[in-house]
Every structure is written in C-alpha cells, then in structure tokens.
Design a protein around this ligand. Structure first.
Ligand code: CA2
Length: 145
C-alpha cells in the first residue's frame, strides 16, 4: 500500500491568494495543494490535505495520522506560537514532521519568533513563500523512499 502524507494547514490559511498577497503571495491554498498533490503522485505517495481554523480539529487530524500517515507537513498558522496542545499531539505521532511557514517568522514581530512545533519537527522551512510546501514534500519523498 502507498505511503500517505498529511498536509495540515491552520487558521486563516484558507485566505491564501484572496487577501494580503504582498505578504503571503497570490497562490490560493487550492493551487498549493494541487501542486503538492502532483508531486506526491509522481513519487507514488498519497497526499491528504486539510485546513481548519479550529485547534481541536487540527489535533484530531494529527491523532488520525497516527494510524494513517507516515509524515505530516504542517503550517500551524498562528497556533505555531501558542499551542502546547498541538505540540503534545505531534509528540504522540511517530512519523516524520515538517513545519512550514510561508513568511520568515524571524523577520516579523517578536511574538512570531517562538514556535512550540519546532521542537518536534525534523525540519522547519520559513520564508520560502508557498514553495516551502513543495520543498518540504521533496524532503519527505527522499526520507520515505
Ligand atoms: O508564515 C506563515 O506561514 C505563518 O504560519 C502564517 C500565519 C502567521 O500567524 C504565522 O506567524 C506565520 C498567518 C496565516 C494567515 O494567512 C493569511 C493568508 C492570506 C491572507 C490573510 C491571512
């Protein structure tokens, strides 16, 4: 059976390409997801993509990934900087975790400089725009090969 990668996007990322293009770019979340889906298929992986504005829903998907996925790519949005609960859920997941930020959070407000998720991530991409999603997926493809 093919290996599965969960792509989880957190709050407000449903607005990608619809608001604030100067910060987050012009691509929509559907554009990003469909490029990642194509890349995953080319490597015979299954990509399962989801987005929620609700912390509990994101935690439920991470729990679900325990049985269904070998890797999680996650942009936790603002929960990056606040959520011990998402960190705890990721700690209970045994596969690969990559954290993605479209912007370079270290160049932004000080409250974005700390991530609860990074301590559980194999790797963190920040500031590569939406290309960061594909770059992280390429790394997962290499590691799961
Ligand atoms: O740079 C990133 O990817 C962030 O995770 C984005 C979060 C922010 O809170 C993090 O500090 C860094 C915000 C996502 C907001 O997404 C929007 C997209 C388009 C328009 C408005 C918001």
């Amino acid at each position: 059976m093919s290996k599965t990668v969960y792509l989880i996007n957190g709050p407000n990322l449903n607005l990608l390409g619809k608001r604030e293009p100067a910060i987050y770019g012009a691509d929509t979340l559907d554009d990003v997801t469909s490029r990642c889906d194509g890349l995953a298929r080319s490597a015979s992986l299954t990509l399962t993509a989801m987005q929620s504005n609700h912390e509990g829903q994101i935690i439920d998907w991470i729990h679900e990934a325990r049985d269904k996925a070998q890797a999680i790519l996650i942009n936790p949005g603002a929960f990056t900087h606040t959520s011990v609960a998402i960190f705890d859920a990721l700690q209970a997941f045994e596969g690969l975790v990559f954290e993605i930020h479209i912007t370079n959070v270290h160049k932004r407000e000080p409250f974005r400089h700390h991530s609860y998720v990074s301590a559980r991530a194999e790797g963190v991409l920040a500031g590569f725009g939406v290309e960061g999603y594909e770059l992280a997926l390429r790394r997962v493809i290499t590691l799961l090969a």
